[in-house]
Design a protein around this ligand. Structure first.
Ligand code: FES
Ligand SMILES: [Fe+2]
Length: 331
């Protein structure tokens, strides 16, 4: 089942870009097949509307921001954050058009350094990340980029302990030790938490990133998934380092996914420079990308138990499929 076949997905928050990316002017993004323009209003708050001028369909993202309004670069019509047309340079009184000249506007919020967007009234709040703004933690933005794969395929992969030894053998995997760490799973109405202790190779850029000198280590993981496409992975290393990864696998459309990821760490840049923390996660994500772009973008939901063959380590992904199916069927 593709994201476009689950209308309820429109009622969730998705992070799309870093807040400061809007400082240079309007930004184009696509979410669930809808082309969007994002910009900052007069108060500096993010705003989002359909990226299509109602006059002659020009992309508003090619225009500019003036007094907090998005202005079309073609004939200068201007729209407020609610999508209403506030100025038509060629006529004195845009309000006299009865609001017919407006553009669809959506929900936008700044949180954790990112602009989050929901297309319909949000069904749930953005989860609170207690580390955000806490001086004991630093936030390091990592990635915001589109991959040619399905959003659920990418999210399932995050919880799949069996792929590590193969896909990640150049970073932290070990093909001589392929038994996947078991997940202990606790389900909630809005997702689950999976706990495991993963054996991990610790070499080269991996050792740079943990600050550990040993050739192997363990990652004690507490891994939360929120319906539909958000996770937070808490990695704890034996030296006390916590590396907490927030990842959204945002459905751009049915065959493309925007990977948006940042981390919270309880060390400092003097311990491990941000660039080294990013370099390891960069290498790991590129290993995932190489394989995930070869997988069918569509994930079976209606027949998820029979359409593919499974093994015990696939359980987190099967729970995701069950919960997304419930969402698709009105749950
Ligand atoms: S196309 Fe936008 S103002 Fe004409
Ligand atoms: Fe992976």
């Amino acid at each position: 089942m593709h994201p476009s076949q689950i209308p309820a997905l429109r009622g969730f928050w998705y992070p799309l870009v870093r807040v400061e990316e809007l400082d240079a002017g309007p930004v184009a993004q696509r979410l669930l097949g809808v082309d969007l323009v994002l910009w900052k209003d007069a108060d500096g708050a993010p705003a989002v509307a359909r990226d299509r001028c109602p006059h002659r369909t020009a992309k508003l993202s090619k225009g500019f921001v003036e007094n907090g309004n998005i202005v079309c670069g073609y004939h200068g019509w201007a729209f407020g954050r609610d999508g209403k047309c506030v100025r038509i340079p060629q006529r004195a009184e845009p309000a006299a058009t009865g609001g017919k000249m407006g553009v669809a506007a959506f929900h936008a919020r700044a949180y954790a350094g990112h602009v989050w967007v929901a297309l319909d009234s949000p069904r749930a709040d953005i989860p609170v990340f207690a580390e955000d703004g806490d001086p004991a933690w630093r936030r390091i933005p990592e990635f915001a980029e589109n991959w040619a794969c399905g959003a659920l395929r990418l999210m399932e992969n995050e919880f799949d302990n069996a792929h590590i030894e193969f896909v990640h053998q150049a970073t932290f995997g070990n093909t001589r030790d392929p038994a996947p760490a078991e997940n202990e799973i606790e389900e909630f109405a809005d997702g689950f938490v999976a706990r495991s202790v993963v054996r991990a190779a610790n070499r080269n850029i991996g050792a740079d990133y943990t600050g550990l000198a040993t050739g192997a280590t363990t990652r004690t993981t507490v891994h939360r998934w929120w319906v539909p496409f958000l996770r937070k992975l808490d990695l704890e290393f034996p030296n006390g380092l916590r590396h907490r990864i927030v990842t959204a696998t945002v459905p751009v459309d049915d065959t493309h996914t925007r990977l948006v990821q940042w981390v919270y760490r309880n060390d400092t840049d003097a311990d491990v420079p941000a660039a080294k923390a990013i370099a390891f996660d960069r290498a790991v994500t590129l290993e995932d990308k190489a394989v995930l772009e070869t997988v069918d973008p569509e994930t079976p939901l209606r027949a998820y138990l029979t359409a593919e063959r499974h093994m015990p380590s696939d359980k987190p992904g099967l729970i995701m499929r069950r919960m997304l199916l419930a969402l698709a069927e009105g749950g």
